[in-house]
Each structure stands twice: as structure tokens, then as C-alpha cells.
Design a protein around this ligand. Structure first.
Ligand code: ZN
Length: 428
């Protein structure tokens, strides 16, 4: 709705914020680009967006001038383990099983406690906000402390309490793992409009069939997202108990895990028939290219998944396997990785890649009715990206600029729910 038609309805309304005179990339249907664009906000919600001259004379408390800046929706990081920034650079250049069993699991046993989880989650929230991410989807242990850090930082998040069939931080008895996750979801379901609690089963090789079924049933009963690492490495098929002749995806489907509220993280080692199963189940996938590259796990068939209509979001994974939360770098990597893998420079074009980091990511984690694009009625989760720098000049196509040229450090302003959290590149 343009401001002109809004004005007739709400004549003397005082609005909170007008973002004015920027290049508006809304990521709404059809991906319209508005030069000299503006976004009008009240009570954390986008009331209208369009050409800046339509908003002339609007009664507004706060004006944000976006000259020489792109106005875009905040980025969505669909897979994180926020506290793991404490292990950034701890063990690199190792195979996944050695990295996990000899380094990460022992370090977690030693250093992960409620205080460290909260401290490093807060640290990760700051890193994400500074680099233009306004929503993340997390899974870890002591998740109540992650949720606390999320609520205090101002970022939006899906937070999943981890479920694994061996003693884990905060869950000494694995028999209690699903009960703990249920308790977490119940405690945080109405804690904040920016927080969506969830259940996160670590993987089909660290959770038994019984655990998976029990955890998924709980997620369905509670109406929350169910997250799981799936088909990350080629060897995973040898680690899952009771697989028989099934692929990992078909095994999960056979025990009722896949539906539209299931988020399949990685999905690297899947074939065409697995993609059909995912599509039919309406589950979503998260692509974590840098983590998959760093651990040499493989390359997920993302162009095929997208072609089939599976919602695919983009994730960084934890900082121990990336080693950052920078979605601008992740977009650049994703776009180029599939081109070289398929020897086809036309796949994963800039628009497709930016969709994955915004509106499709929001869809994958079930928040596309709230965020992921700049549209009337959605939350004002908005980022301004500086275009007044040599490495983004000239600009022929803003989608190309954002994916291939822009850097996280070009983010100048970040707001979540209409509240400014980063200004002039600094956290407030
Ligand atoms: Zn992960």
C-alpha cells in the first residue's frame, strides 16, 4: 500500500520511523527494486513502503536518511550454534569425526556451562547484528541461556534445545533429553515475540529411532519447529542404526519425522529420489556451504532442491566449523560453489542466492509471515548497506552488488522490530 492511500485512512497518525531516499530491495514477490525508496514504520511493524516522494509531509518522530544506501530485509541465518563461538579456531583442518570426537565433544564437556553459553551466545548475537543478520535459527544445550542472550540482544531467533543420546551439557541423563526439550519449549513459548522455541535432535546417528520419534511427536504436539543435522557426510549412512537398505532421508520419512515443520540441516549426501521425498513431505533444507567445505563434507544439491520447489535457507553453522557468522561471505561462497561444482556459471544467480538468505530462509524456519521481506504488515527487520565505497562502485545490478561485492562491514544500520540496534556500523 502506498502512503497516499494510507493517508486517506489514517489522517493524523504519528508514525515512529521513516527510512527515506535509499535504494529499496524489498525481496517481496517479483523482487521489485525502488530507486529513491522509503519505508514507514509504527510499533515495530512496516506500515507502507514505496517511492520516497509519496511520503512527503508524513508525520513521523524519527527520520533515517538512506542516501547512497541499499534498504533491504535483515538476513536470516538458518543454522547456528551460537555458544560455539567460544570454540572459534580451536581445531581446524581435521576430518569431521576426528574434529567432533577428539576436539569438539571433549572441549564441550570441559567448557560448556550455563555462564559460558550465555556469554558466547551474546557475543554471537553481536557479531550477527553487526553483519546484517536479524534472525537466526539455533540449536544447542543450556538453550535457556541462549534464549536469554537472544532476548537481551534484540535479535530474532528460533532456539532449539539439543537432544542427543549420550550425556550432554545440562542433560546428564540421556533418558531425560526429550523431557528437557519439552520443558524448554513450554517455558519459552510466550517469553518474547522475537523468540520461537524449538526442538533440535543432533542427528540420526546420535539419536535412536525411539528418541527421534519421541522428540518429533513432542514438537508436533507443541506446534514447534523440529531441527536435525542430516546426511552431512558420506559416511553417515554407515553410522545410523537400523537403516537397512534405506537412505537417511527415507529412513527419517519412514519413521514419520518429515513434515512442513522439519528443518533438514546440510542434506549433502542425498539423491534425486531423496529430493522427491523431501519435496513431498514439505520439509525444508538449510545449506551451510562454508561449513561443508571446511569439513570437506561435500556439496549439497541445492540447485536441484530449489528447482523442485523445496524451501532452502542459508546457514553458517557453528563458529567452530566456519569460522564466522558472516552471511554476506556465505552468499558469495554459495553462489560460486555450485557454479564450479556443476561447471555452469548460470546456476545460483544473485537473485536466487539473496532469496535464500532472506525470504526463503524465513520460509524454511516458519517465520515468513513475520520477516524475510520488506512488506506491509511484516516486522521492521531492516538493514541499510553502504554503497558509497570503492569495492561496490559502480553498481549495475544491486542483487549482484549485494551477493558478489558487498561485505558484512558495509552494513551501517540494523533494526529488528523497528528498534535500531546497529547505527553507523556500531552496536548500540
Ligand atoms: Zn550444525
Amino acid at each position: 500500500m502506498s502512503y497516499l492511500s494510507l493517508l486517506k485512512k489514517e489522517k493524523n497518525m504519528e508514525y515512529d520511523t521513516l527510512i527515506n531516499n535509499g535504494l529499496l530491495i524489498s525481496m517481496a514477490q517479483g523482487l521489485p527494486v525502488v530507486e529513491d525508496g522509503a519505508v514507514l514504520i509504527k510499533d515495530g511493524v512496516i506500515k507502507a513502503c514505496g517511492k520516497a516522494n509519496e511520503f512527503f509531509g508524513v508525520n513521523v518522530k524519527n527520520r533515517i536518511h538512506a542516501d547512497r544506501k541499499i534498504i533491504m530485509p535483515g538476513l536470516i541465518n538458518c543454522h547456528t550454534h551460537l555458544p560455539m563461538s567460544m570454540f572459534r579456531g580451536l581445531a581446524d583442518d581435521l576430518p569431521l569425526d576426528v574434529w567432533l570426537n577428539d576436539h569438539i565433544f571433549p572441549a564441550e564437556a570441559k567448557h560448556v556451562n550455563p555462564e559460558s553459553v550465555e556469554k558466547w551466545s551474546r557475543h554471537s548475537c553481536i557479531e550477527m547484528l553487526l553483519s546484517g543478520t536479524t534472525t537466526c535459527c539455533d540449536g544447542y544445550f543450556h538453550e535457556e541461556r541462549v534464549a536469554k542472550a537472544v532476548m537481551e540482544s534484540g535479535i530474532r531467533a528460533v532456539t532449539g534445545q539439543g537432544v542427543i543420546d549420550f550425556p550432554a551439557p545440562g542433560v546428564a541423563d540421556p533418558k531425560e533429553n526429550v523431557r528437557e526439550a519439552i520443558g524448554f519449549v513450554k517455558r519459552f513459548k510466550d517469553a518474547s515475540p522475537r523468540l520461537s522455541p524449538s526442538i533440535f535432535c543432533h542427528s540420526p546417528y546420535t539419536c535412536s529411532k525411539e528418541t527421534l520419534i519421541k522428540a518429533k511427536k513432542a514438537a508436533v504436539d507443541l506446534g514447534v519447529l523440529f531441527q536435525i543435522h542430516v546426511a552431512e557426510t558420506r559416511n553417515e549412512i554407515n553410522l545410523v542404526q537400523g537403516l537397512g537398505k534405506l537412505s537417511v532421508i527415507k529412513y527419517l520419512d519412514s519413521i514419520g519425522i518429515l513434515d512442513e515443520k522439519t528443518l533438514l540441516v546440510h542434506s549433502v549426501w542425498i539423491d534425486d529420489s531423496d529430493i522427491d521425498v523431501i519435496k513431498k513431505s514439505r520439509a525444508s533444507v538449510v545449506h551451510c556451504p562454508e561449513s561443508n567445505m571446511k569439513l570437506a563434507s561435500g556439496i549439497a544439491p541445492v540447485p536441484k532442491l530449489i528447482e523442485k520447489g523445496v524451501p532452502v535457507g542459508l546457514g553458517t553453522d557453528g563458529c567452530a566449523s566456519n569460522n564466522d557468522h558472516d552471511l554476506f561471505a556465505e552468499m558469495d561462497t554459495a553462489a560460486k560453489l555450485h557454479k564450479v561444482a556443476l561447471l555452469d556459471p548460470c546456476v545460483m544467480d544473485a537473485r536466487t542466492t539473496l532469496k535464500m538468505a532472506t525470504i526463503k530462509g524465513a520460509k524454511a524456519i516458519g517465520l515468513d509471515h513475520i520477516t524475510g521481506s520488506i512488506e506491509k504488515g511484516k516486522s521492521a527487520d531492516i538493514v541499510l548497506v553502504d554503497m558509497d565505497k570503492p569495492h561496490v562502485t559502480p553498481m549495475y545490478d544491486p542483487f549482484s552488488t549485494l551477493v558478489y561485492s558487498s561485505k558484512a562491514s558495509d552494513v551501517s544500520l540494523v533494526m529488528v522490530d523497528g528498534k535500531v540496534l546497529v547505527q553507523e556500523g556500531k552496536i548500540l
